[in-house]
Design a protein around this ligand. Structure first.
Ligand SMILES: [Zn+2]
Length: 165
């Protein structure tokens, strides 16, 4: 059986972040920039670049509320998260023209969530053959310049591309 890379296997990376406290609560307090990586703020949730992306444009949709799972959020927040997830895919299609997406969440540490206390949805653009590409880069840190470029492209595209605000 062919090995398929899964974006949900992120325990190591998210554990690495956990030492600093809840990063999703912390970044909300900072101004949006290539440093805090928030590309869009909604009313109940925000969209942020994954600091350790698996492919260019790997986004996270995160509620402002510090809750460990979807059941603990109110319905309006869940609805907005799904809307932002949809908008994220639309924005990413416009920039990167991916052939597919992985979208989902690790709920709880046993599922592989590193930041298990603050639920979030991953959106990862995918291309045929990127598994081999990414496995060769899996241990390589993404250059800050590349992340800054991604940040600007996604932020700009979000400003132009969303019509329901
Ligand atoms: Zn939090």
């Amino acid at each position: 059986m062919k090995y398929l890379w899964s974006p949900w296997r992120m325990t190591y990376i998210e554990n690495h972040i956990r030492e600093e406290g809840c990063v999703f609560c912390k970044v909300q307090q900072q101004p949006d920039s290539p440093e805090n990586l928030i590309v869009f703020r909604g009313r109940r949730a925000f969209v942020i670049l994954n600091r350790y992306p698996y492919t260019s444009g790997h986004l996270l949709v995160v509620p402002f509320a510090h809750k460990p799972n979807l059941e603990k959020l109110d319905a309006a927040t869940r609805a907005e998260m799904m809307e932002l997830t949809t908008q994220a895919m639309s924005v990413l299609r416009g920039i990167y023209h991916p052939q597919a997406f992985n979208m989902g969440a690790n709920i709880g540490e046993a599922a592989g969530a590193g930041i298990a206390e603050h639920v979030h949805i991953h959106i990862v653009p995918r291309w045929t053959g990127d598994t081999n590409f990414m496995s060769s880069l899996a241990e390589t840190r993404v250059l800050p310049e590349a992340l800054k470029e991604t940040y600007q492209r996604v932020k700009d595209a979000w400003g132009e591309g969303t019509s329901n605000k």
